[in-house]
Design a protein around this ligand. Structure first.
Ligand SMILES: *[C@@H]1O[C@H](CO)[C@@H](O)[C@H](O)[C@H]1NC(C)=O
Ligand SMILES: *[C@@H]1O[C@H](CO)[C@@H](O)[C@H](O)[C@H]1NC(C)=O
Length: 452
């Protein structure tokens, strides 16, 4: 639903902010009740909070609307106003599309933690993103510097649940599938950065558009290849449940199609507005119909904008919030359908890689090789990304410093020796099973693909 736009051509100056500064120093957090909010990990095909299965019962949060490139987590007045509403709703996760990696987020992230709310963050923003029309030049050192600086800005918070390496970069135009290699390379680089910096293993994955003709290939592609090339989870946006039911919406087929996927899956946006809204999706997501494959989802969205999906009205900036009728409906759906207890049928071990999709008229990628990380970005792994360019930097689209060839599979494996808790609060280390690559390739069943 939200598409990251291209940088204006006025922002083509070579990005000069690549100082090799040392990483943000660790700050010891004072003891507080925050310490009781456990970190969430990805293991098998599910998320876990300690030994308890964790379901995303969340909402997409962009209070200025999708056209406003501002960071709600950098403004305590705005986030605290909205956290009060999130508590009334009963959500446990919010997704934030745009954040400022030069800003301080302590107040908002800690207030969210106090409310028991986790955060999923997009690592891109309008100035620093992959350009689907011409992806090669946009995958460059300045772009990765911004992406890594966003990781630096948020990884220290226990309630950072996951990072999106891209959002709807691939759309319904087959040509856009050629940008998948760069999205996957970004995902690899983010995972390597987290490992090499000795950070907590916050999961990284892609948020796919609601596009039937390439959704399955996209999912397979992000889960194929060597272990360093595979995502930690897959997410997609879905607007097919239009106040109907599990079968009519086709969600039954979307369970079947992904039953062997092996990684956690969730809906990064859902909530069709045709036919009114009663959020029957929540009952389905929390039921045995879905929990063996899906780990919940994020309802699109909190604040009303022109597209009509919001559940509160906010006149502007830090104006008061006015709840719309759908606010209570979503709150009721959540409270009537608590997260199930037990494992929900989750697979306890991580699968081997799926087979990479083959080229066809909807999927134009014809190589399993990924572009190598740009030379200029390699140093970030050992030295850190340095200060983030924020939301007003010169942008990265044509900054130069691009990849010079394909990478050998496996090149993104961690090389640094992990340091203990650098930049991370003293959270319980509850990573359970590390992801394993067995070397066997498992062919994902394509049953139901055509129905997606
Ligand atoms: C698909 O994307 C390409 C590259 O951006 C563009 O040139 C082409 O016009 C698009 N096709 C359609 C049908 O929109
Ligand atoms: C679960 O699936 C069955 C059909 O197999 C359907 O009748 C039922 O309504 C579904 N449950 C929910 C909560 O959607």
């Amino acid at each position: 639903m939200r598409s990251i736009g291209l940088a204006s051509s006025a922002a083509l100056a070579v990005f000069a902010g690549l100082a090799q500064a040392s990483p943000t120093p660790t700050e010891q957090e004072p003891p507080s009740k925050r310490a009781s909010l456990p970190t969430v990990t990805a293991s098998g095909n599910a998320f876990w909070q300690g030994n308890t299965r964790f379901y995303i019962r969340g909402i997409d949060y962009q209070p200025g609307g999708s056209s406003d490139a501002s960071d709600p987590l950098a403004d305590p007045t705005i986030c605290q106003r909205d956290i009060a509403q999130f508590k009334l709703l009963g959500v446990n996760t919010v997704r934030v599309y745009i954040t400022d990696n030069s800003a301080n987020h302590d107040t908002c992230m800690n207030a969210l933690a106090d409310a028991g709310i986790y955060v999923i963050l997009d690592a891109n923003n309008p100035l620093y993103s992959i350009n689907r029309a011409d992806p090669g030049p946009s995958y460059n050192t300045a772009y990765l510097q911004s992406v890594f600086a966003t990781i630096d800005a948020f990884i220290k918070y226990d309630n950072t649940l996951a990072f999106f390496s891209g959002n709807e970069v691939i759309n319904d135009n087959a040509t856009s599938t050629l940008s998948a290699r760069y999205v996957k390379a970004t995902t690899r680089d983010m995972r390597q950065y987290i490992a090499d910096r000795g950070y907590r293993k916050v999961p990284v994955g892609y948020s796919a558009a609601d596009v039937a003709q390439n959704r399955m290939q996209m999912a397979q592609y992000m889960n194929c290849g060597t272990d360093d090339e595979r995502s930690d989870f897959f997410a997609f946006n879905d607007y097919s449940w239009c106040n109907t039911d599990f079968i009519t919406s086709g969600w039954d087929q979307k369970v079947k199609a992904f039953s062997d996927y092996g990684l956690p899956i969730f809906l990064s946006e859902y909530g069709c507005i045709k036919n009114g809204r009663n959020f029957g999706e929540v009952a389905a997501l929390m039921s045995p119909n879905m929990t063996s494959v899906y780990s919940g989802g994020l309802m699109y969205e909190y604040a009303m904008e022109d597209n009509g999906f919001g559940i509160v009205d906010i006149a502007s900036g830090n104006a008061a919030v006015k709840e719309l009728p759908e606010f209570d409906k979503y709150a009721s759906a959540l409270s009537a359908n608590p997260a199930p207890t037990g494992s929900g049928g989750a697979a306890s071990t991580t699968h081997a890689a799926t087979a990479c999709p083959t080229k066809d008229s909807n999927w134009l990628v014809d190589s399993t090789l990924l572009p190598a990380i740009p030379d200029g970005a390699k140093d970030f792994m050992s030295k850190g990304a340095g200060a983030g360019p924020g939301l007003k930097g010169p942008g990265s689209q044509n900054a130069g410093g691009t990849s010079t060839g394909d990478a050998a599979p496996g090149s993104g494996s961690a090389t640094g020796s992990p340091k203990k808790n650098v930049g991370v609060t003293m959270a319980q280390s509850i990573d359970r099973t590390p992801f394993v690559l067995t070397g066997m390739v498992m062919v994902l069943t394509l049953t139901g693909t055509l129905l997606l």
